[in-house]
Ligand binder design. Structure first.
Ligand SMILES: [Zn+2]
Length: 439
């Protein structure tokens, strides 16, 4: 008999483990922030005891969702400008608002606000791309959530940095400060092929190799991006990035909606990580990321919401449903992207894309105890023939009741334990007043 920190009894455990995907009436044994064991509830008392035993007889447990692409601080721009084309939306609404308002304080407040939304919807790890990186990192440190934070680089000045060298210098300073944090992983994030010059991309490539960093980039998001690149360089952006030596498994290629046969050959040869953001792509009418084609090439495809200004939420349950539906509609094949594949995209594939698959992504022995509970005994998700189907096709984020990261509980029965919900609402309303004056 061994004493452990926590024993959590669950009706269902969707492990994300290839060999044992769905377990019934099993318990998670948590010790020192890690999953020590998973075994049938009736075998627990023979092996373990704990001062903390919780029972979840009508819940499904899953690995926490991994939102593989987002811009947390854009939560304060949610609903500010909708129903516009990408470049109109960026040039005439989002970028002017960012120039006017983005600051250390803005990013700190907006990041915490976004983290609350993520925890309340079962996301335990995010992959962010924004400015004032340590404001977001400090917020994540306090909130107890896990995150990758992109060292953004873009050719034009912002409130955060004045030119590409300044962005890189500030990024590296951030990297040095946070590289050993247990839950925060710095990455590089050159914004997009059309906003970062070749010389800067080459510098980033070298630094990323030296420091073993992932490189995030929005790539082939819209048809316009391809047309402009062809006019300017006579090359599609993917081809240009390949020539620069930037495409490799270290690259996280976000969006990828415009893909022809030549692109597929590049991807098959260089094998980058891909992040699909179906709702942002639908809302901005950007196109469809051909997930089924990527699956045939055995490329790793993760799932992201993008920022809340182009989605307009950070709801990974909704994103999974959209990904499954969009795959079926766009291939005219209802067997495309099953419910379990959608869950894998939101968990294990995200962990692989971020290079964190030894730590998170599935409920497996010795991985970090990052997991969530979804209450399924509700009108909306009964009768319960297949928990995976109910989770992807019927459950809403309000049914996520409890969330843990590294064994620490961040939400208990819908109550946030590390963030102050009332204070977050007050601050959001106060920023709303300021931002309303923009128009
Ligand atoms: Zn984005």
């Amino acid at each position: 008999m061994e004493a452990v920190d926590q024993i959590i009894n669950a009706k269902w455990i969707i492990t994300g483990d290839e060999n044992n995907p769905i377990l019934e009436d099993h318990a998670l044994v948590i010790h020192n922030g890690k999953i020590k064991d998973i075994l049938p509830i009736n075998k627990i008392s023979e092996n373990y005891n704990s001062d903390s035993i919780q029972n979840f007889s009508s819940h499904a447990f899953l690995p926490g969702f991994i939102n593989a692409h987002t811009h947390l601080s854009m939560n304060y721009f949610r609903g500010l400008a909708d129903d516009l084309a990408l470049m109109d939306w960026l040039n005439n609404h989002i970028w002017p608002a960012e120039r006017k308002w983005v600051s250390e304080e803005f990013v700190s407040d907006a990041s915490q606000f976004a983290m609350a939304e993520m925890i309340r919807s079962g996301t335990t790890c995010f992959n962010d791309m924004y400015f004032f990186l340590s404001a977001t990192a400090d917020a994540a440190d306090k909130a107890g959530i896990r995150g990758c934070i992109g060292m953004t680089v873009i050719d034009f000045p912002t409130a955060w940095a004045k030119d590409p060298d300044d962005y890189i210098a500030k990024g590296l300073e951030f990297f040095q400060a946070y590289k050993n944090h247990p839950r925060i992983t710095p990455t590089f994030a050159p914004h997009a092929p059309y906003t970062v010059a070749d010389s800067t991309l080459l510098k980033i490539k070298e630094l990323a190799q030296t420091h073993h960093l992932k490189i995030n980039m929005h790539i082939h998001e819209t048809a316009d991006e391809i047309h402009q690149a062809l006019a300017a360089t006579q090359m599609r952006p993917l081809k240009r990035l390949q020539k620069l030596g930037l495409i490799s498994p270290q690259l996280i290629a976000i969006h990828m909606t415009q893909i022809n046969d030549e692109d597929l050959q590049i991807l098959e040869a260089e094998r980058p990580q891909i992040v699909h953001c179906p709702e942002s792509n639908m809302k901005l009418a950007s196109g469809v990321c051909p997930v089924e084609k990527f699956k045939t090439l055995k490329l790793n495809v993760a799932l992201g919401t993008d920022g809340a200004a182009s989605n307009n939420d950070l709801d990974m349950l909704g994103e999974m449903r959209s990904a499954a539906f969009l795959a079926k509609l766009s291939t005219h094949d209802s067997t495309s992207l099953s419910a379990l594949e959608a869950i894998n995209m939101a968990t294990m594939n995200g962990a692989k894309a971020l290079g964190l698959d030894n730590t998170i992504g599935s409920l497996s022995m010795n991985k970090s105890a990052d997991f969530i509970a979804i209450h399924l005994d509700e009108i909306e998700t009964l009768p319960l023939y297949h928990p995976v189907s109910q989770i992807v096709y019927a459950a809403s984020r309000q049914q996520v009741t409890d969330v843990w990261v590294a064994g620490k509980q961040l939400m208990k029965n819908r109550e946030l334990l590390t963030l102050d919900e009332k204070e977050l609402i007050t601050k959001a309303k106060s920023w709303q007043k300021k931002l309303s004056n923009l128009a």
